[in-house]
Design a binder for this molecule. Structure first.
Ligand SMILES: Nc1ncnc2c1ncn2[C@@H]1O[C@H](COP(=O)(O)OP(=O)(O)O)[C@@H](O)[C@H]1O
Ligand SMILES: [Mg+2]
Length: 395
């Protein structure tokens, strides 16, 4: 019998016990850097599995057993918020016995706070609160100082969605301050910077005028390879007493183009469609692809509604053409695109919120969707589809 819960996690960070399509080379490289306490920068598109990979490695007790501090900067809209995310990361890394007033003694910018817990009579919960006085730069220095001096080593600090910092108007100043502190980090304290805007991360770490120039070893997370996807899918189905034929797994690969999230979304839908203990049918595979698109549509629709008209036109062109040379005249004419409009949309959709990617082979440049499911959604929306057409089948 299939287990009642679907083993294919879609969207969340994949927990250690859930099936994961291994990235052996990247994993080994990351392990080596962590063991040697080297700083690492990891980039790759959103939903390519950067966070999941880092956690799988960092939570593997054969690789790392020290203090893991996780700071997520997604959506941080001010330097104060950046500092708060760091303070929260530190707080979450403290063990229950470390969460004492003693540990916070002498700190000016954050302290523990005790609140009554409404869910249990007489109970209480503790968290942190920021003290408001003083400039954020001092609060940031204080947080890093504490990270470097008062946590049991080795210490591994994860700065996830790091590109959010570069987008702030104080970005350069924060980068400079962090670099200043991180450059004097003690032995056995290291950082992993994770980011999903390749251009921005590359500029931060590869531009010799920027503070983080050559501060970290780089690992790039790419699409999954065909043989990886096929063996992962057939094995996962087999592990849970299902049967997915190799040609069927190949069809799934074709539909997801090695995009990890799209792969999981289709596999999860296929799982939902398949009767417990029975082999997967080809019809169910096609149905699963449709269902995964319908589910994705719920996320794409509100995003599409907020887009600029020019960005919509470029997305529509990509969705219909598959991929094309972005400045080709005939495509531009067919979709009402102007060169300056295309430039602006590339900035928005390749750099700031990467939904499209530029592929360069020799002198040729082509633009295409990162996620093939998103491409199908946009094609439908541009054709005026307003409601999902698939239906949910019950197991
Ligand atoms: N190696 C993988 N094996 C299986 N699914 C993956 C893998 N990497 C990513 N995914 C899928 O992508 C989703 C997002 O993963 P996540 O680690 O949050 O990506 P990122 O941090 O790059 O945005 C996961 O919930 C899962 O559906
Ligand atoms: Mg992530």
């Amino acid at each position: 019998m299939y287990p009642p819960t679907n083993p294919f996690i879609v969207g969340d960070v994949i927990p250690p016990e859930a099936p994961f399509c291994e990235r052996i080379a990247e994993r080994q490289e990351l392990e080596m850097h962590i063991r040697k306490s080297r700083n690492v920068v990891i980039w790759g598109h959103r939903r390519f599995g950067k966070t999941s990979l880092v956690f799988r490695v960092a939570r593997d007790s054969n690789v790392f057993t020290g203090t893991l501090v996780n700071c997520v900067f997604f959506g941080a809209s001010s330097p104060q918020e950046v500092v708060r995310r760091m303070q929260r990361g530190i707080w979450n890394a403290l063990t229950a016995t470390q969460k004492t007033l003693e540990w916070f003694k002498g700190l000016r910018y954050f302290r523990p706070r005790v609140d009554p817990d409404t869910s249990s009579p007489g109970g209480f919960s503790i968290g942190i609160e920021a003290t408001r006085d003083g400039p954020w730069a001092n609060a940031l220095e204080e947080a890093i100082g504490k990270l470097h001096s008062d946590l049991p080593r080795p210490v591994l600090v994860i700065f996830d969605e790091f590109q959010a910092i570069a987008q702030l108007k104080e970005g350069a100043e924060i980068e400079g301050l962090l670099r200043e502190q991180i450059q004097h980090r003690p032995a056995q304290v290291s950082y992993i910077f994770i980011g999903s805007q390749r251009g921005m991360l590359q500029a931060m770490f590869n531009d010799k005028h920027r503070p983080f120039f050559q501060q970290a070893q780089a690992i790039e997370i790419e699409r999954l390879a065909k043989d990886q996807v096929i063996s992962y899918l057939t094995n996962t189905f087999a592990d849970f007493q299902g049967f997915l034929a190799e040609e069927q797994a190949e069809r799934l690969f074709e539909a997801c183009h090695g995009h990890p999230y799209a792969m999981q979304a289709i596999a999860a839908a296929l799982w939902d469609q398949t009767e417990a203990g029975t082999p997967v049918t080809n019809k169910a595979v096609e149905e699963a692809i449709r269902l995964a698109v319908d589910r994705e549509m719920q996320k794409v629709r509100p995003w599409w509604a907020r887009l600029r008209k020019g960005d919509r036109l470029l997305l529509e062109a990509c969705a219909r053409e598959g991929s094309f040379a972005p400045y080709s005249r005939d495509v531009a004419a067919r979709y009402g695109l102007s060169p300056s409009g295309i430039r602006k949309s590339i900035e928005n959709l390749v750099e700031l919120d990467p939904r499209l990617e530029l592929i360069e082979t020799g002198k040729q440049r082509k633009i295409q969707f990162v996620d093939p499911l998103e491409a199908i959604c946009i094609r439908r929306l541009s054709e005026g589809d307003s409601e999902p057409v698939g239906r949910l089948m019950k197991r």
